[in-house]
Design a protein around this ligand. Structure first.
Ligand code: FES
Length: 154
């Protein structure tokens, strides 16, 4: 039988469904979904709510590449850097994105539209080089496809 969710609120209206440690990642995801990133104040609020040290929250928030403690652009391009993707040319694709966007990896365009990042496994070794464009998986990326992908982002 599914456990009933005891929803409580953090400051700023963020919801916490589970105040045990297993609820930590969902709480951080909730904040990120609403704000786009997890600030120092958010980490402190979560730590207070869960009764743990803020360093523990920070270590979780900075360990997972899908959580971020800094503002990102409206769109996030995450290029997989697993060994298969690297062997299939992900670094060449990364360079092409950098050139087309005028930024380096881990940076955001000046208009805050696009952030470019590396990530680990996205389950796309068989379609390498691959990336996650926001929530969508895109495989078999070629240099020619890079500008097409950027153009598709509103
Ligand atoms: S190990 Fe290559 S995408 Fe998962």
């Amino acid at each position: 039988m599914a456990k009933e969710c005891a929803v409580s609120k953090l400051d700023k209206g963020f919801l916490v469904c589970d105040e045990t440690r297993s609820g930590l990642i969902p709480a951080l995801q909730e904040i990120q979904d609403k704000k786009g990133y997890i600030s120092d104040n958010d980490m402190q609020a979560v730590a207070d709510k869960f009764g743990i040290h803020p360093v523990e929250v920070y270590s979780v928030a900075t360990f997972y590449s899908f959580l971020t403690t800094r503002k990102r652009g409206r769109h996030v391009i995450r290029i997989s850097e697993c060994i298969s993707n690297t062997m299939a040319g992900s670094r060449k694709i990364e360079k092409e994105f950098e050139k087309a966007l005028g930024i380096k990896i881990s940076e955001t365009t000046k208009n805050n539209k696009i952030t470019l990042e590396r990530t680990g496994c996205i389950g796309m070794c068989d379609k390498a080089p691959a990336a996650m464009i926001d929530d969508a998986l895109v495989g078999n990326i070629t240099v020619a496809k890079v500008r097409e992908i950027i153009k598709s982002l509103k």
